[in-house]
Design a binder for this molecule. Structure first.
Ligand code: GBH
Length: 508
């Protein structure tokens, strides 16, 4: 690595999928267009104090209106696939299985999918990336109520029926841990429930997150069963869930810290039951799966979907049940830092951990791995000039390490990784951080909504062009004359990019 003037031999197979990831509420804006219902994030993000800079999702990156521009940008980067999420309240504004379906919402996503396919980009769809219909929250408490399982399955069926002829890659849920713990435990994400009365008038952090997680898991598994029984036979796609998981290293080699690092890596979807440690920690507070539910959940993912950003050094102890009574740090026992610090406290660069995680997951579960998120927010990027922000050296360093790790995991370790989706295509609404934290490989000027590729976006486009086996006709033309990502702002590129011939259609 590191020598960008010579082309290294292809190290990822030619059907390897790469592209960028986003989520509906973080980019779409247009919250009152075409019959969309409210999501739990609408009012939450508008409530003073809930986001760091007071930002909300009303406009975001305006991607609902600018979708053709965004897809043109994806094409300039030469991606093969794009991971985006569908907003449940656009499809069923009131959310429930007896509530009306919104044809205009369906039409928008249908047009969006067609536009992707027309550009040779494979759609990779998340059904739930945190924007629960507000009406379900008000009707019965949303994820706290078992009713939500059947309502989610119904919503999923509507999507499979409407888009399944063209969408062959489905994710049910994005990060159940965040939905449960951040939404109903720490109360930092919508709907913001918590035992902390300074934060929320209602909530019980000792029980609600586990109830919510239980329903999320069952809703996921029910949607998967529906897909396999009623849609997969004619559409043939794959479906799974994506979890957030970071590699866990023991802080030192004491047995309790070695055990602590292990807690962080277990999960019920693939094990087929709640890990023993959760039983010990929660006792009666841990919901119980009936035997039928266990059968439903086990094997309910065709692949291992993984959002991973960093590595944590783990110390046994503390009272944080949401981390399995484990404390995380980036400071090694000798006082040095694990890697480069990002804008967020929870994120440092550590590519070796990524390679180790991929090896661990593959050996343990023997499923193909789809890396559905991975990314970095440069410290204080929001306070930089445009020029400085575009030269995002720390993010380039991050992706240089991560792409090298993935290539080595595949080529040298034999791990079956099939997809890689850096987060994110654009700077966008970063939940409780508002717009302050920027994860994009493309800079967004929120005043003009202009998009500008950062060095990291160019790095990734070039890296994948060079490192995925290719028939030759699908490579982005980065340096062969004509317009180049290297010297033009995106808005010009959209008009002048040479008619790059992308002969490959969506992978069916
Ligand atoms: C992803 O989650 C999300 O899927 C995506 O929407 C988001 O934009 C992206 O991260 C960048 O943040 O310090 O206790 O609050 C990544 C997994 C898990 C990382 C929770 C941050 C914070 C824990 N996230 N973690 S805490």
């Amino acid at each position: 690595m590191g020598n960008s003037t010579s082309t290294p031999p292809a190290r990822l197979p030619k059907d390897f999928m790469w592209g960028f990831a986003t989520a509906s509420f973080q980019i779409e804006g247009s919250t009152d267009k075409d019959g969309r219902g409210k999501s739990i994030w609408d009012d939450f993000s508008r409530t003073p104090g809930k986001t760091r800079d007071g930002g909300n999702g009303d406009i975001a990156t305006d991607s609902y209106a600018r979708y053709k521009e965004d897809i043109a940008l994806l094409r300039q980067y030469g991606v093969r696939a794009y991971r985006f999420s569908i907003a449940w309240p656009r499809i069923i504004p009131l959310g429930g299985r007896a509530d009306p379906v919104n044809e205009r919402g369906i039409q928008w996503y249908s047009d969006f999918i067609d536009e992707l396919i027309k550009n040779g980009i494979t759609p990779f769809v998340t059904l739930y990336h945190w924007d629960l219909p507000q009406a379900l929250h008000e009707r019965y408490g949303g994820w706290l109520n078992r009713e939500v399982v059947a309502d989610f399955e119904h919503y999923a069926r509507v999507c499979f029926a409407a888009f399944g002829d063209r969408v062959k890659y489905w994710l049910t849920m994005n990060e159940p841990w965040c939905v449960s713990v951040l939404g109903y435990g720490r109360g930092v994400f919508a709907p913001g429930r918590s035992s902390d009365r300074a934060r929320s008038a209602e909530g019980d952090s000792s029980t609600e997150p586990w109830i919510v997680a239980h329903h999320v898991i069952l809703a996921h598994a029910s949607a998967v069963r529906a897909y396999r029984e009623s849609f997969k036979p004619k559409h043939g796609g794959v479906i799974g869930i994506t979890l957030n998981g970071d590699w866990a290293l023991p802080y030192d080699d004491s047995p309790e810290n070695v055990a602590a690092a292990q807690h962080a890596l277990d999960d019920p979807i693939y094990l087929g039951h709640y890990p023993d440690f959760m039983h010990e920690m929660l006792g009666e507070r841990l919901p119980v799966f009936t035997p039928d539910e266990l059968t439903l959940v086990k094997g309910s993912s065709d692949f291992y979907g993984m959002n991973t950003y960093t590595t944590n050094l783990c110390k046994a102890g503390g009272d944080d049940e949401f981390q399995g009574l484990v404390e995380y740090t980036f400071t090694r026992s000798n006082g040095t830092q694990l890697g480069t610090q990002a804008h967020c406290a929870w994120l440092q660069t550590y590519p070796q951990g990524f390679r180790d995680l991929l090896n661990y997951l593959y050996k343990k579960y023997k499923k193909p791995i789809y890396v559905t998120e991975n990314g970095f927010a440069v410290k204080d990027e929001h306070a930089m000039s445009l020029e400085d922000a575009l030269h995002d050296a720390d993010r380039v360093e991050y992706f240089r390490g991560m792409t090298d790790a993935i290539a080595r995991a595949v080529a040298e370790d034999g791990v079956d990784v099939r997809a890689y989706f850096p987060w994110s295509l654009l700077d966008n609404f970063e939940w409780a951080d508002g717009y302050e934290t920027r994860f994009g490989v493309t800079y967004v000027d929120y005043v003009t909504q202009k998009r500008y590729p950062k060095d990291s976006g160019k790095f990734l486009a070039k890296w994948f062009a060079e490192n995925v086996e290719n028939s030759g006709s699908t490579t982005p033309r980065l340096s062969t004359g004509g317009a180049s990502l290297d010297n033009l702002p995106t808005t010009q590129l959209i008009g002048t990019w040479p008619a790059v011939v992308r002969t490959r259609g969506a992978k069916l």
